[in-house]
Design a protein around this ligand. Structure first.
Ligand code: AMP
Length: 225
């Protein structure tokens, strides 16, 4: 079972890249944020719990997230290989993932970090619009839809996420960046971190990620770890 982990701040483009990589590599794309948003929409116990944190831009407590991801890993479609997007977001989550994969005789093949400067993240998140039908992502400044409020790909309505409001954007970055750096440290220590510059065009970032996955023995990554 191939396992890749996407790491990046909110707005870094990790969801976009995870979608593309999943398609190109034949992996299942699992986004923890999407699982939570589905649970909120369906008003499940998990959704009601998660919503209290999501509204504030805070992280959902580790045991809740870990339980949800372990359940997802155990579904049959995950056996083909998986790209995790938005998980792990803290060091305990990364450790729990290592343990869960070890029990399955597997491990994280590479942790893919998409780095983007903070000013750029705020700009991207505040202008972000998503389509209702399948989550296609647009940006007022950098990638507007052809017709305002309508998805180019499927014609569905575009909306802004509640937590993309400017106040919540700042809270999300403040609360979520420090633990993200711990996750980066976790994978650096294990020699599985790949860092790419996420401030480049989408296709350039994808190519850099695919190159890194195809040629794991590169400078800056210790294969011995
Ligand atoms: P995202 O779509 O990845 O930005 O996630 C939306 C929200 O879901 C986050 O702001 C958190 O409140 C929550 N969330 C998603 N993934 C995690 C995680 N791995 N750990 C804790 N909270 C999470």
């Amino acid at each position: 079972m191939k396992v890749y982990v996407m790491i990046g701040a909110p707005g870094a483009g990790k969801g976009t890249q995870a979608d593309i990589l999943a398609e190109r590599l034949g992996l299942v794309h699992v986004a923890s944020g999407d699982l939570f948003r589905d649970a909120v929409r369906n008003d499940t116990a998990l959704g009601r719990e998660a919503r209290r944190y999501m509204e504030r831009g805070a992280l959902v407590p580790d045991p809740v997230v870990i339980g949800m991801i372990e359940e997802r890993l155990s579904r049959p479609d995950a056996a083909a290989g998986i790209i995790l997007d938005g998980f792990p977001r803290t060091r305990p989550q990364a450790e729990a993932l290592d343990a869960a994969l070890e029990r399955r005789g597997s491990r994280v093949d590479a942790a893919l970090y998409v780095g983007v400067p903070e000013d750029e993240l705020v700009k991207r998140l505040s202008g972000r619009w998503l389509c209702r039908a399948s989550g296609h992502v647009y940006n007022e400044a950098t990638h507007p839809p052809l017709v305002a409020g309508v998805c180019d790909a499927d014609g569905s309505e575009l909306y802004q996420r509640d937590d993309d409001r400017p106040e919540t954007v700042r809270a999300r970055l403040e609360q979520q960046l420090p633990p993200m750096y711990e996750v980066i440290d976790h994978y650096t220590t294990r020699g599985s971190l790949v860092a790419v510059d996420g401030a480049q065009p989408v296709e350039t970032v994808t190519e850099a990620l695919l190159r890194a996955i195809a040629h794991p023995a590169r400078p800056g990554r210790s294969e011995a770890a």
